[in-house]
Ligand binder design. Structure first.
Ligand SMILES: [Zn+2]
Ligand SMILES: [Zn+2]
Length: 349
């Protein structure tokens, strides 16, 4: 099998050739047909997150080098292990990559994606910037119906992350408004999934007018450029005192503060983006406005199942996609870091 791997953090990915593995036990070998490139691939490749004030969170442990990134994987089942059940050869499946140890209280409560001993594909074990991937069990594979493979793969991370965040504000946003900050890959996915999941007015905020234009065409009732100094005030006016919920897909000091300013009483700010930075909030505001500030990271196997059901029903409109050959992975990571990507680049081996 051919993969693109890095041997040192921050150094360019190189093509490698290895013997294609044979599935053992419950394992399923998937021939990859598409793999989305996610912003977190850049963090994994860097080996750290920015925590603000010059501090960094080291995320280089628990991964042996050389390593294959890529966690938005879809393709066909090529071979199954002797005890595998639930999927047949040739089936087209999207892979839930957020696999846990399977033997801890977190995993037992259907939160494998939060397991302290993760075995996740493309972040802990070799992933999808390759032509093959080994999946430990068929239960991590989801039928994507008639959806194009290049689109289906994006539901494993950007789609699931969006769904999980939206799931947390379903009740708060109902009958009020939802503000989505950041119209990049995950933000745009949220705009699309929200139209299938919620009955609420959607407001999208970004600092890039091209992305705002796309969001407007993509179903946002209103769009605002955060660099406009009156934007937060106008959103408050528009929502009659503030929105029911804000989902921040940027996760910077500026974006989270902007979100707080547009939040109405008893609303929730859900931070999803991992741009980095720190947040200072006056505590009386938290109390008197009765607000919730919480994080949302990826999504559970159960949420993936719910999302894929919604997707197969045809209710989720697609996100903008740009398929590229797998060999352009390095250029793609650089384009993504430079903010030069609209929607999702999907690598095709
Ligand atoms: Zn991702
Ligand atoms: Zn676990």
């Amino acid at each position: 099998m051919k993969s693109y791997q890095f041997s040192e953090y921050g150094q360019p990915l190189q093509p490698t050739d290895q013997e294609t593995p044979t599935p053992q036990g419950d394992e399923v070998l998937v021939r990859i047909r598409a793999c989305g490139v996610c912003h977190s691939d850049i963090h994994m490749w860097d080996g750290h997150f920015d925590l603000g004030s010059g501090r960094e969170l080291d995320i280089s442990r628990g991964r042996s080098l050389p390593f294959t990134l890529g966690h938005e994987i879809a393709g066909e089942v090529l071979a199954v292990g002797p005890t595998s059940a639930g999927v047949s050869i040739g089936a087209r499946r999207v892979v839930f990559p957020w696999i846990g140890c399977g033997d801890c209280p977190v995993c037992d409560s259907d939160n494998e994606h939060l397991c302290p001993r993760p075995q996740a594909l493309g972040t802990s074990v070799d992933g999808g910037f390759s032509d093959h991937v080994m999946v430990p069990h068929a239960r991590y594979l989801f039928d994507y119906g008639d959806v194009p493979t290049e689109l289906a793969c994006t539901y494993a991370c950007s789609g699931l992350t969006a769904y999980s965040a939206l799931d947390k504000v379903r009740e708060l946003a109902a009958g009020r408004t939802l503000v989505i900050i950041g119209a990049g890959g995950v933000g745009f996915a949220a705009l699309r999934v929200a139209q299938a999941l919620l009955d609420t007015e959607l407001i999208v905020v970004d600092i890039d007018d091209t992305k705002l234009e796309a969001a407007k065409e993509g179903g946002a009732a209103h769009v605002f450029n955060a660099n406009d100094e009156h934007a937060a005030k106008e959103i408050k006016k528009l929502t009659g005192g503030g929105s029911g919920a804000v989902i921040d897909f940027v996760g910077s000091e500026t974006s989270a503060n902007f979100g707080l300013k547009t939040l109405g009483n008893s609303g929730a700010l859900v931070v999803v983006g991992l741009f980095g930075g720190a947040l200072t909030v006056p505590l009386p505001v938290v109390v008197l406005k009765h607000i919730t500030i919480r994080g949302s990271f990826l999504g559970s196997l159960e949420q993936m199942s719910e999302l894929m059901q919604l997707v197969r029903s045809g209710k989720v409109p697609p996100i903008p996609l740009e398929p590229r050959p797998l060999a352009q992975v390095q250029q793609t990571l650089e384009d993504l870091r430079g903010g030069r990507v609209l929607g999702r680049v999907v690598l095709v081996p």
